[in-house]
Ligand binder design. Structure first.
Ligand code: NAP
Ligand code: ZN
Ligand code: ZN
Length: 356
C-alpha cells in the first residue's frame, strides 16, 4: 500500500483535520498523481454533513483534482510521468452496462465508483473506501484520468472537473446556443462557470440570483441580464420567457414558482442537490408542455471535450486559492455564499505530510 495524507472528517458534521491513510499499490493500468490543487464543491459539504444519507467516515472529500503524473503502471499507454492531469467525480465504473458503453459512466447502472465516499472495485467486488483530493496523492486507472490542456492553469482549471462539466453537459444536451434564452439559477461555483459556457455557446444568458449583490460581476462573466429572485416582480416580468433553466441551488426551491418562467416546451434542469425533497404540481408541467429534468456531471469523453472547449475559448474558473488548513473556514464561507466563485485548495504548497 502507498502511504498518503490529507484532510478528513472523522464523523458527520465534524471539522476536517489532518489524517494519514493508505492507497492501493499501482496496478498495471494505474497512474499515481501528485495532487497540486483541489476545488471545494458544495457536494463536499453536503456529504461531510451526511445530508444525502449513507456517508462513510473517515471521509477525505475532493473531486475537482488537478496534478502531475508521478508514476505509471506497466501497461499504461495514455499518460507518462510529468503529464498535467485531472480527476473528477468518479474513478471507475462497471464498464459493461449500456451507459458505460456509451461513455456515460456517470449513469452506470451499477453505480459509478465515486472518487470519495464510495468503494473501490476489485475483481468486480466493492472493497476499500475511496478517498478524494484533499490529499497529496491519488492512484487512478488511466481510463478515468483527464488531460489538462497546456494553456489552462492547474489551479483555476480544477473546478472544471465538477462545476464545469456539470453545466457543460446539460447546456450541450438541451442545445443552448444562438436564439436560446437560458437562465442560470444561482451564481455560485456551478452557476458562474455555467454563465461563461452558455455565453460562449452564443445563448442569451440571464442570471437569477437571490439578491442583487452579484449583478455587476455577472456582466463580466458574460451574463446579458440579471434579476433578483427576492423581488416578486422578477417572476411577473419573466413569465413564459426561458427555453432552458438550469437550477444550481443547493437548497430546495419553490419549483412551481420558477417553472412559470419557462416558455412553451421549455425545460428546467435540476443540477443542485438539496438535502430536502421538492414538490411539483402537475399544472406546472402541463401548462405550456414544460419539462422538468435532471443531470449529473458528465462522462469521461464529454469531460475531456469540455476541457478542450474551455482551452480553445480560454475559459477557466474564478477562484480563491486557500491553504488546506483553512478548509473549515472556507466551508462556512461557501454556506454564506461568500466566495467569488470557487475555493481551490493549494494542496501542493500547504499540505505537509510527515511521510512525504
Ligand atoms: P455554491 O457555490 O454554494 O452555489 C450555490 C448557489 O446557490 C449560491 O451561490 C447562491 O447563489 C445560491 N444559494 C445558496 N443558498 C441559497 C439560499 N438559501 N436561497 C437561495 N439561493 C441560495 O454551490 P455549488 O458548488 O455551485 O453547488 C450547487 C449545488 O449543486 C449543490 O447542491 C451541489 O451539491 C450540487 N452539485 C450537483 C452536481 C451534479 O452533477 N448534479 C455537481 C456538483 C454540484 P446566489 O447568491 O446567486 O443566489
Ligand atoms: Zn462537485
Ligand atoms: Zn456501467
Amino acid at each position: 500500500m502507498i502511504q498518503v495524507c490529507g484532510y478528513a472528517a472523522q464523523n458527520a458534521k465534524s471539522p476536517l483535520a489532518q489524517y494519514s491513510f493508505e492507497r492501493r499499490e499501482l496496478r498495471d493500468y494505474d497512474v499515481t498523481i501528485d495532487i497540486h490543487y483541489c476545488g471545494i464543491c458544495h457536494s463536499d459539504i453536503h456529504q461531510v454533513n451526511d445530508e444525502w444519507g449513507a456517508s462513510t467516515f473517515p471521509m477525505v472529500p475532493g473531486h475537482e483534482i488537478t496534478g502531475i503524473v508521478s508514476q505509471i503502471g506497466e501497461k499504461v499507454t495514455r499518460y507518462k510521468v510529468g503529464d498535467r492531469v485531472a480527476v473528477g467525480n468518479f474513478v471507475d465504473s462497471c464498464r459493461n452496462c449500456g451507459p458505460c458503453h456509451k461513455g456515460l459512466e456517470q449513469y452506470c447502472v451499477q453505480g459509478a465508483t465515486w472518487t470519495y465516499n464510495g468503494f473501490e472495485r476489485q475483481d468486480g467486488e466493492k472493497s476499500i473506501p475511496t478517498q478524494g483530493g484533499y490529499s497529496n496523492k491519488i492512484v487512478v486507472d488511466e481510463n478515468y484520468v483527464l488531460s489538462i490542456p497546456d494553456n489552462l492553469p492547474l489551479d483555476s482549471a480544477a473546478p472544471l472537473l465538477c462545476a464545469g462539466i456539470t453545466l457543460y453537459s446539460p447546456l450541450l444536451h438541451w442545445r443552448a446556443g444562438p436564439g436560446k434564452k437560458v437562465a442560470i439559477i444561482g451564481l455560485g461555483g456551478l452557476g458562474h462557470i455555467g454563465v461563461k459556457i452558455a455565453h460562449t455557446l452564443g445563448a442569451e444568458v440571464t442570471v437569477l440570483s437571490h439578491s442583487l449583490k452579484k449583478q455587476v460581476e455577472s456582466k463580466k462573466l458574460g451574463a446579458d441580464n440579471f434579476y433578483a429572485t427576492s423581488d416578486p416582480n422578477t417572476f411577473k416580468t419573466l413569465r413564459g420567457y426561458f427555453d432552458l433553466m438550469i437550477n444550481t441551488i443547493s437548497v430546495e426551491l419553490d419549483l412551481n414558482r420558477y417553472m412559470k418562467m419557462l416558455a412553451l416546451d421549455g425545460t428546467m434542469v435540476i443540477v443542485g442537490l438539496p438535502e430536502k425533497q421538492m414538490q411539483i404540481s402537475a399544472f406546472s408541467l402541463t401548462i405550456a408542455r414544460r419539462s422538468l429534468a435532471g443531470s449529473v456531471i458528465g462522462g469521461i469523453r464529454e469531460t475531456q471535450e469540455m476541457l478542450d472547449f474551455c482551452s480553445k475559448n480560454n475559459i477557466a474558473c474564478d477562484i480563491e486559492l486557500v491553504p488546506i488548513q483553512k478548509v473549515n473556514e472556507a466551508y462556512q464561507r461557501v454556506l454564506d455564499s461568500d466566495v467569488r466563485y470557487r475555493f481551490v485548495i493549494d494542496v501542493i504548497n500547504s499540505l505537509k505530510c510527515k511521510d512525504k
